[in-house]
Design a binder for this molecule. Structure first.
Ligand SMILES: [Cu+2]
Length: 107
């Protein structure tokens, strides 16, 4: 059974490469070197986006419309699941040049 599980995992990775970000697939964003990477990303409704702070200073993921506003400490991860279509702009409060945008499209 362990072997069968491994085969399924390999197939999943291959599918990702071929088709891009699959529906329901988590998106990981690196908060690194005072930058969000990827900066702009399109995802499907229901996607969980996970930000991980790789810097040695805390950053925030702050939505300009107040949908979310989270401080992320160095080495920590925070995630948010987008359940409504829309364009979600966000920035880091202490470092206002750090901006990002998630475009959520319906399935
Ligand atoms: Cu910051």
């Amino acid at each position: 059974m362990a072997l069968a599980g491994a085969a399924v995992a390999v197939l999943s990775v291959a599918g990702l490469v071929e088709h891009g970000l699959a529906q329901g697939q988590d998106l990981k964003i690196a908060v690194q070197d005072y930058w969000f990477e990827p900066t702009y990303q399109r995802v499907s409704v229901g996607t969980t986006v996970e930000w991980t702070n790789g810097d040695d200073e805390s950053h925030t993921v702050t939505n300009d419309l107040g949908m979310f506003d989270q401080e992320i400490w160095p080495g920590e991860t925070w995630s948010y699941t987008f359940t409504q279509p829309g364009v979600y702009f966000y920035y880091c409060q202490p470092h206002d040049w750090m901006i990002g945008e998630i475009t959520v499209v319906g399935s």
